[in-house]
Design a protein around this ligand. Structure first.
Ligand SMILES: Cc1cc2nc3c(=O)[nH]c(=O)nc-3n(C[C@H](O)[C@H](O)[C@H](O)COP(=O)(O)O)c2cc1C
Ligand SMILES: [Fe+2]
Ligand SMILES: [Fe+2]
Length: 408
């Protein structure tokens, strides 16, 4: 666990977590950090208190002592969000200290009780409520419902102009030496932008409407530092991550980089021949291609890559009168995540009846994905010259269609 003073009287405790599945699903190929913050005035508050993934509170207590905070002197636990990656410590803390106050929204209060047992130590806060810690440290609370869960809020410290944004403005990716935007090399900036896209698309994209409202709310604050619950802090240019999140919210609704993702699968290589042909055409046209072979690709990477692309090619054969299941499952997952409005072209091989195309229409309809399709190309067995010509024409049409969706 690392300890860094991020502003006068405010410390961050940050730990890297690896080799786990985030939310029990998402591979975190490059790890993830969990950030907690201690604000010291005359009274002391901990924001998003996190114990190690090991669940050992002693790790946290030891680290607190090293920054001169006796855990027993903590007066307030500020719970921006009850998901256990931010709140997992409450139950344990209650064992070492009697009199402390949990500050959270009304929706979080219910979760405190249902997760960790009834508590009479809760103070429910509403928009704009404040808590004066003394010594110039004053917190205010700002609910942002459904920025991930219904219970979430932002906390703002007016003395140092720090916004503790919890899941909002977060990113996957572990932090090694550097924690602030102004310390990062250009490679690290690029790394965290990619990890931000993966985090947003895997964890947050379903809540895009709420995130847009939270972006608007953020614009109302005078901000020196954005301090999220996961990933880097922004003090040189807090606007950068606000703008990034604005762009990601557009990716969720059909926008994307000037890239085409080929989401594909093939049992015996017939569809694969056409995939290789499509890749060559895209290279000829100077468009970045991302090949995602299902089921070999991780769901985390698949979602992130399709999410950030303005164009998508689905290449999948028919399997038992439906679409090749790993590709169908990937599409359903994108539908659940509400990745809508993409420009798309599909092709695939069949043996006798076909059926993939019908299932594709069902998946898109069922998930209300509003994907904008170029007419599909289906071929019997191996693709013939005339099939390849139709595929090339489909790709050219896709490239035209996606032009208006490019957001860089
Ligand atoms: C397990 C299995 C199920 C299949 N089910 C169908 C089907 O229901 N209808 C159909 O037209 N073709 C079906 N086929 C044939 C394939 O769609 C056809 O062989 C196609 O060329 C496979 O393309 P691929 O090599 O890209 O996987 C099936 C093939 C397999 C191996
Ligand atoms: Fe969360
Ligand atoms: Fe989180």
């Amino acid at each position: 666990m690392k300890k860094i003073e991020i502003a006068e009287g405010i410390h961050m405790l940050s730990m890297n977590v690896e080799e786990m599945l985030f939310e029990g699903i998402w591979e975190v190929a490059n790890g993830v950090t969990l950030n907690s913050y201690i604000v010291k005035g005359e009274k002391t508050a901990i924001i998003d208190g996190v114990i190690g993934w090991d669940g050992v509170p002693e790790t946290l207590y030891k680290n607190l002592e090293e920054i001169d905070v006796n855990p027993k002197d903590i007066d307030y636990l500020i719970v921006n969000h009850m998901e256990p990656d931010h709140s997992g410590w409450i139950e344990n803390f209650a064992k070492i200290k009697e009199d402390f106050t949990i500050i959270c929204t009304d929706k979080a209060a219910r979760l405190v009780n249902s997760f960790y047992g009834d508590s009479d130590r809760i103070r429910i806060v509403k928009e704009g409520d404040t808590l004066d810690l003394g010594n110039g440290k004053k917190l205010s609370f700002h609910p942002t419902p459904n920025v991930h869960w219904p219970d979430t809020m932002l906390t703002y410290e007016s003395g140092t102009k720090t916004l503790f944004s919890c899941d909002m403005y977060g990113a996957f990716g572990k932090m090694e030496k550097h924690h602030f935007d102004d310390e990062m090399t250009s490679e690290e900036v690029e790394f965290f932008e990619k990890e931000g896209i993966r985090y947003y698309s895997n964890v947050m994209t379903t809540f895009t409407a709420a995130i847009r409202k939270a972006i608007q709310k953020t614009e109302e604050f005078d901000i020196n530092i954005i301090a999220p619950g996961h990933g880097p802090l922004y003090r040189k240019n807090p606007q950068k991550i606000i703008d990034d999140y604005g762009r990601f919210s557009q990716y969720a609704e059909g926008g994307g980089k000037n890239e085409i993702s080929i989401l594909w699968g093939s049992m015996y290589g017939m569809t694969e021949k056409a995939v290789n042909f499509a890749e060559k055409i895209l290279q000829r046209e100077g468009i970045k291609v991302n090949k995602l072979e299902m089921p070999l690709e991780s769901q985390s990477e698949m979602i992130a890559t399709v999410f950030r692309s303005a164009g998508v090619i689905i290449a999948a054969p028919t399997y038992e009168y439906k679409m090749f299941p790993p590709v169908a499952a990937a599409l359903d997952e994108l539908g659940r995540k509400k990745v809508t409005g993409k420009a798309v072209f599909r092709f695939g091989s069949y043996g006798w009846s076909g059926g993939a195309e019908k299932e594709l229409a069902e998946i898109i309809e069922r998930n209300r994905m509003k994907w904008d399709f170029v007419e599909s190309v289906e071929f019997e067995g191996s693709p013939k010259q005339e099939d390849l010509e139709k595929i090339e024409a489909g790709i050219m049409e896709l490239i035209e269609k996606m032009k208006e969706k490019i957001v860089e």
